[in-house]
Design a protein. Structure first.
Length: 201
């Protein structure tokens, strides 16, 4: 099966996020409470882009490397399995690397694994999950990883739950306008896939 013949239908996404599928601002800030579906959406869109767009190499980070395995890595693997695409991906569970048949790749790391981060080159996209865990300096260093020539737009997505008003996230992203930035707030009401019991909780 060739990548350009793969069709992902809009109904697999929450409607609130549809406008972000083609969003190409340099920075995306997605925040909201538990159950809002933001992390699932980012995982879905990443799988979609890896299949559809050439020359993609995505880096998925959290503050601590080992927390990726049960969160971002598991979420992306779940999307691949749910969409019945397992035959098209090579999933290296020990190194947490996912490679599509067109050689596009998703790699996972933590900011506590400096040596691995240094060895990852050619990055076109970064997803920072639980961005409230990292510092402003961490973000700046990751932003620097996306400098240089690229055949496709480079982008960083930060996803997190609401945090303290004293967080650097508030002063950096919300207290003053940022160019080339998309900010989206969502709640559980935006997630049509939740069951009633969870929604009540």
């Amino acid at each position: 099966m060739m990548a350009n013949k793969i069709t992902i239908y809009p109904e697999v996404f929450n409607e609130r996020y549809l406008s972000l599928i083609t969003n190409r601002t340099r920075y995306e800030v997605l925040y909201g409470g538990a159950g809002s579906g933001k992390s699932v959406f980012v995982a879905q869109r990443l799988v979609y882009r890896i299949m559809k767009e050439p020359n993609q190499k995505a880096l998925v980070v959290r503050k601590v490397a080992k927390t990726n395995r049960q969160s971002t890595f598991a979420e992306i693997c779940n999307v691949i399995n749910t969409w019945n695409l397992s035959a098209l991906f090579k999933i290296n569970r020990s190194d947490m690397e996912i490679t599509f048949l067109n050689k596009n790749q998703i790699v996972f790391s933590g900011l506590d694994d400096a040596e691995k981060l240094k060895s990852i080159t050619g990055i076109t996209y970064i997803w920072i999950e639980e961005a409230s865990e990292i510092t402003q300096e961490d973000f700046i260093q990751l932003d620097l990883r996306l400098r240089g020539k690229s055949k496709i737009p480079q982008q960083i997505t930060l996803s997190f739950n609401p945090v303290s008003a004293l967080s650097w996230l508030k002063t950096y992203w919300f207290d003053q306008p940022r160019e080339n930035t998309t900010i989206l707030k969502t709640t559980h009401k935006d997630n049509r896939f939740l069951d009633d019991e969870y929604r009540n909780v």
